[in-house]
Design a protein around this ligand. Structure first.
Ligand code: CDP
Length: 215
């Protein structure tokens, strides 16, 4: 069994950036588990499967034809790197993520990312459900305002217009859905260290995680 660092937390907490940089620094593999939920949602949409058809979506999830190649996300032969990041797919992903059979169907695929020399896994339930024996578990959080303003900057940089009020509202709705669902609700895993990034930069967060890992 190889070392695993789990980084869980709410939407736009900076998990993706921090997890990716920690993985790069240590030369570890990186699992973006949210991408698997997004890919499943995208595939369901493409196949015209209703987002509450639990059994059919679980079948898709169990044999997800996806590959991660040099930062690109492939679904069958299509490069869907941009498509999976779309806001509508994030919303669809959070809808199918409440379905227990879909969560179960993605377990083996997530476990398969654990390889030499180690793994950094980013998501909602990495430390609680998928890798409960992780060497280091982090719960990354930030205030709704800090998260909304980060998302705002990302959108503006991409040339997409955005409005802070709507972003804060969306974040709160997504938080409520992620934390009140019955299947793997978002909460710190037992043994997780809580890291609030409202007042620190991504670089400081990365250094803090590396320091804890080295301890
Ligand atoms: O951008 P954001 O952090 O919202 O999205 P993401 O990490 O790509 O995940 C998309 C959705 O998948 C989230 O809203 C969660 O509801 C769900 N998810 C989950 O339930 N469990 C995970 N391990 C990862 C994502």
């Amino acid at each position: 069994k190889y070392a695993v660092i789990t980084i869980d937390g709410p939407t736009a907490s900076g998990k993706g950036t921090v997890a990716h940089r920690v993985a790069k620094h240590l030369g570890f593999h990186y699992l973006d588990s949210g991408a698997l939920y997004r890919l499943t949602a995208l595939m369901a949409q493409r196949k015209n499967i209703s987002l509450d058809d639990e059994a059919s979506i679980a079948v898709l999830a169990r044999a997800l034809p996806c590959r991660f190649v040099h930062g690109h996300v492939m679904l069958e032969d299509d490069d869907v790197t941009d498509d999976v990041r779309a806001e509508a797919i994030g919303v669809a992903a959070s809808r199918i993520a409440v379905l227990p059979e879909v969560r179960k169907a993605l377990v083996d695929l997530q476990l398969s990312f654990r390889n030499a020399p180690g793994l950094v896994a980013d998501g909602r339930d990495m430390g609680s459900v998928i890798f409960p024996d992780a060497s280091l578990k982090i719960f990354l959080t930030a205030s709704a305002e800090a998260r909304a303003s980060r998302r705002y900057k990302q959108l503006i940089e991409k040339g997409i217009s955005a409005n802070m009020e709507d972003l804060v509202k969306d974040l709160m709705e997504r938080d409520a859905r992620d934390s009140t669902r019955a299947a793997a609700p978002l909460k710190p895993a037992s043994g997780a260290i809580i890291l609030d990034t409202s007042e620190i930069t991504a670089e400081q967060a990365v250094n803090q995680v590396l320091e804890w890992y080295a301890e």
